[in-house]
Design a protein around this ligand. Structure first.
Ligand SMILES: [Zn+2]
Length: 481
């Protein structure tokens, strides 16, 4: 009985020793100055494959200022801790010298002690058997290609990831400060996570030998409403800032109400405004996502207001504030060659390849028209999406136009519904000339041909009661503050 116990004890001690040494070696590896959290070895193998654990790890990562998630690591990976564990491991190791079967036993050494080189070589072998995680914080001027090269990741993996990203194009808009989490296993990239915000991550996971699949993780978090009341002095933007609104929010309000009031000419000192903003929180941290719920401006004797109801803005009387969308970006004479299909799979590999848009069979050079008012947010060339445009249509919607031959607008340009923005083409990877058109609602692709988009110009009769109730709730929130 006692010998079994002894064996068990030896195994446990050996495991502790190896883990400690392993962590020590990893912490001492030289890393590029851009790799913030260095290489982390996870004690629990494959936990990174579980999106639930991953998002929990992400939250604790960000909360504790990019420290590794404590619950996923056997001990904190910091240089002092690891160095200490290497030192303290040596006396423990001498207990193992009685076991000639142990891989740590060095028969050639006098007195049968453990050699450091034996420990190091076993640690190196073990390191290969565990997934390795690298957190990379995106810097200004970074490109995905350069990041892959710097981390010594293969071009094949990069192209496989770009191929699946064609369905979301999330990696086309990486911004400084966002984090990429790479997971390598046996020298191969198995997983990449783009942390866009606390509430939004895109995960690319290797699936067999054929490539990657992706998954978007969006957390609902908690939306907290904030009320701001102010008086106009000099400019609206300045007064809004004084009241506590951000510049982005002030600009959004000005753009939302631009058809109702000229903010530079019509506003007078002494005019008042009230705004309700909902901000998203995960725990007590803001995610950066926000939404203007209601605005009311008293401009001399008249009132101008906008209330968010079912994803669109209406005035006090229930008339639409925003100009409506049209369904189709091309003339109605062209047929749809492939419909929106979130469950599409690749015919050969069987990998999930959602069709996040609607394809129109159009010959090269066909005029493409904006489906709604907005601002051009991207004009880019993608290996698979080809030349494409993204338009930000207010706070809720985005539209994308892929495989173009010519772009007729510039990034940052304000455009109107029905404006000719591009000519169709056959760029990127296609099986023939066509336009791929996408509509995104709050960051998610929806079927542009059937989605509930602001096409109506007023609240319908049967919705009047619900709209009136929403209005009185907004007014009550202002009264409270
Ligand atoms: Zn398509």
């Amino acid at each position: 009985m006692s010998s079994i116990k002894n064996n068990k004890l030896q195994l446990v001690l050996m495991w502790v020793l190896l883990t400690s040494v392993l962590l020590g070696i990893v912490a001492l590896l030289p890393v590029g100055d851009k790799v913030e959290a260095s290489a982390e070895i996870k004690a629990a193998p494959m936990t990174a494959e579980d999106p639930q654990i991953t998002s929990a790890a992400l939250l604790s990562n960000q909360k504790s200022n990019k420290e590794p998630a404590p619950e996923l690591l056997s001990e904190p990976v910091s240089e002092t801790a690891s160095t200490a564990s290497v030192d303290s491991a040596i006396p423990v190791a001498t207990d193992l010298t009685y076991d000639p079967e142990s891989p740590l036993y060095d028969a050639n050494a006098q007195g049968a002690t453990v050699t450091e080189s034996a420990v190091a070589s076993i640690a190196a072998e073990l390191a290969k058997a565990y997934p390795k995680t690298i957190n990379y914080v995106i810097q200004k001027g970074d490109t995905l290609g350069a990041i892959f090269a710097q981390l010594d990741l293969s071009q094949t993996s990069l192209y496989q990831i770009l191929e699946v990203d064609l369905n979301v194009l999330a990696l086309d808009s990486i911004k400084p400060g966002q984090t990429l989490v790479f997971t390598e296993f046996e020298g191969e990239l198995t997983r990449l996570e783009l942390q866009i915000s606390l509430a939004h991550q895109v995960v690319y996971k290797r699936s067999g030998d054929n490539g990657f699949e992706f998954e978007q993780i969006t957390l609902d978090g908690e939306w907290r409403e904030h009320s701001y009341i102010g008086k106009v002095e000099y400019s609206f933007a300045g007064s809004a800032k004084t009241a506590g609104l951000s510049l982005f929010e002030a600009q959004f309000i000005a753009s939302l109400l631009k058809d109702k009031i000229n903010f530079s000419r019509d506003l007078r000192s002494g005019d008042t405004f009230k705004v309700l903003v909902s901000r998203q929180y995960i725990g007590d941290e803001r995610t950066g996502e926000n939404r203007i719920d209601a605005v009311s401006i008293n401009n001399r004797s008249r009132n101008i207001s906008a209330y968010l109801y079912e994803g669109a803005y209406y005035d006090e009387a229930g008339l639409s504030i925003e100009r409506a969308f049209v369904r189709r970006p091309v003339s109605s004479k062209y047929r749809i060659s492939s419909s929106f299909n979130p469950n599409r799979t690749h015919p050969v590999t069987g990998l999930l390849r959602p069709h996040n848009g609607t394809d129109f069979a159009v010959p090269i050079g066909t005029p493409i028209y904006a489906t709604g008012d907005g601002v051009v947010s991207r004009v880019l060339n993608h290996k698979y999406a080809g030349l494409y445009i993204e338009i930000s249509n207010g706070q809720t919607y985005r539209t994308r136009f892929l495989h173009l031959s010519k772009v007729l607008v510039k990034k940052g340009q304000r455009i109107k519904r029905g404006q000719k923005i591009a000519l169709s083409g056959n760029s990127g990877r296609t099986t023939g000339a066509h336009l791929h058109y996408e509509l995104h609602m709050r960051g998610r692709a929806v079927n542009a041909m059937t989605a509930d988009i602001p096409i109506a110009t007023a609240i319908e009769k049967k919705q009047q009661a619900a709209f009136k109730l929403a209005l009185s709730n907004y007014h009550a929130a202002w009264k409270e503050s």
